[in-house]
Design a protein. Sequence first.
Length: 370
Amino acid sequence: MKRIAYLLWFALFLPTACAEQKEKPKGKLAVPVRTVQAIQKTVPVQVRAIGTVEPFSSVALKAQVSGQISRIHVAEGSEVRQGDLLITIDPEPFQAVLRQTEAALAKSQAQARFAADQARRYEGLLKEGIVTHDQHDQLQANAESLAAAVAADRAAVANARIQLGYCAIRSPISGRTGSIGLHAGNLVKANDQAILTVNQISPAYVSFNLPEKRMAELKRALAGGQLKVKAVLPQDGGAPETGTISFLDNTANPATGTIRLKGLFENRSRRLWPGQFVDVVLTLNSRPNVVVVPSPAVQQGQQGEYLYVVNREQQAELRQVVTAPAGEGELVIEKGVNAGEIVVVDGQLRLTPGAGVTMSAPASTGKQQQ
């Protein structure tokens, strides 16, 4: 009987034990993501290019007379103003030439006065018949010749003064000096080697090229008035510098299919430096009422661009999209997403279509929620 009772107890207990030992199927874990709400707004139509900073004006200072540099009055890389004395060439040889020409002028002036007085006296004597016409005409011609000599000597004096003035080399513009190629004691030749260069960098230009296919948009924008342009310094981290388009080249480059432009920037802070590369952003017009999402929301796949939308069931839905640039950190969604839909901006790599998600509450501003 005991054996039968034991078998009955075992038969009743076994199904219960097996049922308790069966594992419950595990549900799929929801993937944590960050999301934003796709918004509708007006966005600028911008083109971007790499630009080069150019000085507003650049002057290479050369000696206009040959001689020895006696003094450099400025340090390399210093700020100078228009008219500042920068270089002196030994003036003594030119001072001697000036004194010589002044002496020659004084001599010719004395001779001219004497000849003029003689001509006047002979004119009276001619009327009295004391001298002949030939004698009178000879003295008159001599007086005129000496008067011309005076004019020539005056020109020589003026030229000597100019040459002496060239010994003092002054800055023709306000700006910043570069490296000095020659120093005191060096001999220089007129119009030969540049001694130093002065760059005016406030204001400054930024030169860049745009595709010629943008020409029609560019002309329309320029016809509307001053066209603003921004220069972004990649390594600076500060706010962009803002200027205006000041130059559009009259010829497109057929080799590159581009056209050259220049933007003029006040550059009071001297952030833009000649020769520096900057990112140029030119706003041509604007597009109203377009759907915009942050750039990180859009991924690149084998079938093109896509993103994930979170539906009402808190599931990820893959959407193929067509995009266009919208500005810094944003993309216009031309096709695939409507305004107000919730898109994933972080965590896409762990998602598959239909996967459950956990997310923070989306915002209507389009800013990321964490």
